[in-house]
Design a protein around this ligand. Structure first.
Ligand code: ATP
Ligand code: MG
Length: 293
């Protein structure tokens, strides 16, 4: 049983490493190693390497977007490997903004976003993975989960929606699920967009103050904010129990939106590059063909 990634995922990790050095080297990768005890409170949500302003990263972000677009075109044409990208965060953590900024320019034909809210009655009558499995990307495609199967060890734990033995057993079930996907040709990477409690307050205040953002404000977000510490514990446990060689977690400092976008884009581009998708060979003899009038 895969519990914490001791399976045969070494190749993926190594080739990810190699591609990161091809791409300018040893920047902080923010990945959580299998078996590591990541402490969320020790991760500075404000950090941004040597960059200080949005302007400093604009060019590089564009380079990374272009890499994603080029690699996705190959992945789509090759039609052999899929990529599932999981996005999790506290409320206002920036899942929507990340999708908007990192995937602008990606061919919509090869990419789908699935957003998960509280399960409807039909979903609730199935095993917890059912609705997620139905939405995973096919080979040749990218799937983005805006919230995901991790809600079933996060909100479900914090709100006591099932007994502890039920949610605790899900770490292993999630690892098995993700292992199954990777064996079936679907790579899996997971991002936790890490904002501080102060930053959430600022973002909620700005949603309240700006008429164009007010539609995003939900009084439920204030109720959830009261459980901040419980959520931090739940996230930390979930990430530490499910960051595997075959499906790694990245804890992304996300107080600065522009830095968050850069880290996510870089990581996706490197992952796609390590998958090494190739255009299928052309039919033989095409050079002799001329198109009739
Ligand atoms: P937005 O950025 O627009 O607020 P959102 O993802 O926060 O997007 P909401 O409708 O505000 O969307 O919230 C969805 C809610 O569904 C969250 O509170 C989340 O915890 C809850 N949810 C998601 N999955 C589950 C689940 N499996 N069980 C219970 N609640 C869930
Ligand atoms: Mg919300």
């Amino acid at each position: 049983m895969p519990k914490n990634g001791k399976k045969d995922g070494k190749k993926g990790a190594k080739s990810r490493e190699a591609s990161s050095s091809r791409n300018g080297g040893d920047y902080p990768r923010h990945s959580v190693s299998p078996g590591e005890k990541m402490v969320l409170a020790a991760v500075d949500a404000d950090q941004s390497e040597h960059y200080t302003r949005k302007k400093d990263v604009e060019e590089e972000l564009e380079v990374q977007r272009q890499r994603i677009q080029d690699l996705q075109a190959r992945q789509y044409a090759e039609n052999k490997q899929g990529l599932l990208i999981v996005l999790q965060a506290m409320d206002t953590g920036g899942k929507d903004g990340t999708i908007k900024h990192v995937f602008s320019g990606v061919n919509p034909q090869g990419c789908r976003v699935s957003s998960f809210k509280a399960p409807n009655p039909e979903e609730a009558n199935h095993d917890f993975l059912w609705r997620y499995h139905k939405s995973v990307p096919a080979r040749g495609r990218i799937g983005i989960f805006n919230r995901s199967h991790y809600e079933d060890v996060l909100v479900v734990r914090v709100k006591n929606l099932v007994p502890e033995e039920v949610w605790r057993a899900r770490y292993g079930l999630i690892n098995d699920f993700e292992y199954n996907l990777t064996r079936g040709g679907i790579a899996v990477i997971k991002f936790y967009l890490h904002i501080s409690k102060d930053e959430q307050k600022r973002r909620l205040e700005s949603r309240l103050a700006d008429p164009d953002k007010r539609w995003k404000f939900s009084t439920n977000d204030i109720k959830e904010r009261a459980f901040w510490d419980d959520y931090q514990v739940a996230f930390e446990d979930a990430i530490n129990n499910t960051s595997t060689e075959y499906a790694p977690w990245y804890v992304v400092p996300a107080n600065k939106k522009w830095y968050r976008n850069l880290v996510v884009a870089r990581t996706i581009a490197n992952t796609l590059e390590a998958m090494d998708p190739k255009f299928p060979p052309a039919e033989p003899g095409l050079e002799k063909i001329s198109i009739p009038d």
